[in-house]
Structures are given as structure tokens and as C-alpha cells.
Ligand binder design. Sequence first.
Ligand code: NCD
Length: 311
Amino acid sequence: MVDLDFKGKDILSGAQFSRVEIEHVMDVAEEMRQRLEKQRALDIMRGYVLGALFFEPSTRTRLSFETAMLRLGGGVTGFASAGVSSSAKGESLADTIHTVDQYVDVIAMRHPQIGSARIAADVAEAPVINGGDGAGQHPTQALLDLFTIRSERGAVDGNTIVLCGDLKYGRTVHAGVELYKHYDCRLIFVAPDSLRMPAEIVARLREFGVPVEETTDLESALAEATVLYMTRIQKERFDDPAEYARLKGSYVLTRAMVERINPDVTIMHPLPRVDEITPDVDALPGAAYFRQARNGIYTRMALIALVTGAV
Ligand code: NCD
């Protein structure tokens, strides 16, 4: 019997999920989507409070976590930058979490340090949901990405997923591959040499039996893709600004490229984009990135409700 009880669980990494658990989260997210089509908000989490602790910049992740909780009928507190929290006075992460844990029922957190979500989870009684720990993991993004693939393509199995851009520092792709590996998908990684997917991740995927190819050529990969997942070069992770300047603009997807090479491809991006996708792509039917952002609401509603035991 598979244990699908998420109550009290932390959501820290894509690697913690089995295929049945992923499917369950997506099914609950789909139910949330359908319920929100009929009513503006649900009333299943009245009295519950989400602590949204964002020590790093965010638009979609923070606002969609907060909106998700509000649409579940609960309340929200938190901060949007480290500068306005007591970490600016020198408080340790553990102490901040220990304190907020006295106030709230569930914590969503983003922090620049890899492993920070684990530290928070060890301190907090309340479930901790990792909204991004440095270049580490971003499991809620990965789940909403998978939900998007399922809703755009009809199924996750059978896809050729091309991940393009900063695969070294991009936490959305690090979390994503941990989910894709449970499906019958072919993965093609497109990155400049110095921003390739970490070798240990590639080796682990191959060991798991996932067909993985690596290339620097976006056009040849695009020709094979059913899903193209573009990512931003992660400027804030570079020690050397000159290196960032050199790599910025490595891959730019244009409407002409899509129309010429693969008009049926589903185009995704966790956003924010800088210059990886030109704005003229937005009007193509396959441009899914704003629908993907919307799916963040349903997926995060599902996760909040599951870890608090509200569903
Ligand atoms: C991503 C992130 O923060 O890792 N954004 C997001 O959560 N949608 C991607 C990025 O910042 O490039």
C-alpha cells in the first residue's frame, strides 16, 4: 500500500517524490483548478496561516503561494526580502524559523543558500515548503511544470523535453529532472559548456535509465522537442560579472525559429525571462509560460492543503 498521506511532510526536493505521489499532487491540483472555475475561493483552510519567508527576490513563487493560501480560505504573513526581516540584524536562519514556527501552520521559504530549506525543516514543527534554496532545488516549480506539461500535451509520458540555458545553477531544472525521471521521457540538455547540467546529476539520471543527451546546439534539439523549457542565465550565482556578460544571450528563442523548425512545440519558462525568449513568441499557441505561471496557483494550493492535512 502506497502511503499518500502528505500531512506534516516537508516539501524540500524533487527527489523525494515517487511517481504515484507526483500524480496525486497533480490530481489534487487539477481538482483545485476545477473548483476555482466555479468559485473565486474555497473555504477549506479558514484560520490557517501561511508564513511566506522570502530572503531572495521573487514575483511568481511568493505571490502564487500567497494567492494559493488566500484562495484556500486561509491567511498569510511573511516578508519579501531579507532586508526587512531580523536577519538584517544578524539573526540566524534557525532562530527566524523557530520564531515564525510559533505563529503559523505552514512555511514557504526561499533563501540563497543551498540546503537552507533542510535547516528550516529541522527546526520547524510546521511543514516547510522549499520555494528555492540557492542553486539547489525548487520542487514546487518542478511540480507545476509537470502539471503544465500534462495539461498542454495531454500526458507526461512520451515527451522529448529539451532543457535549455543555465543548467548548472538553475534550480528549477535540478528539481525538474528528479520528476521527469519517473516518466517515459527523453531529455535533451542544451547549455554552454560552462553551464552544463552537473555531471553527477546526468550520471544519476542515466543510472536510473533515463535517455539523456547533451548538446550546445539549440536548433537541432528544438527539431526533436515536444517541450522546450527555456531558462535564464542565473546572474546572481556568478562570482565574475564578466563571465555572466559573456554567457548572457547564449540562447535566444525567436518566433521565426519556432515557425521554421518546430511550430508544434510547447514552450515553457519558469520566468522571469531576460532575453531568452523574444516577446513575439508570446502569441504563438504553444507559448505556455503564462499559463504555466497560473498553474502555480493550483499546484501550490494542492501542496499547502496536502501538507496541512486540509485535503
Ligand atoms: C525561478 C527561480 O527562482 O529559480 N523563478 C521562479 O521561481 N519562477 C527561475 C529563475 O529565477 O530564473
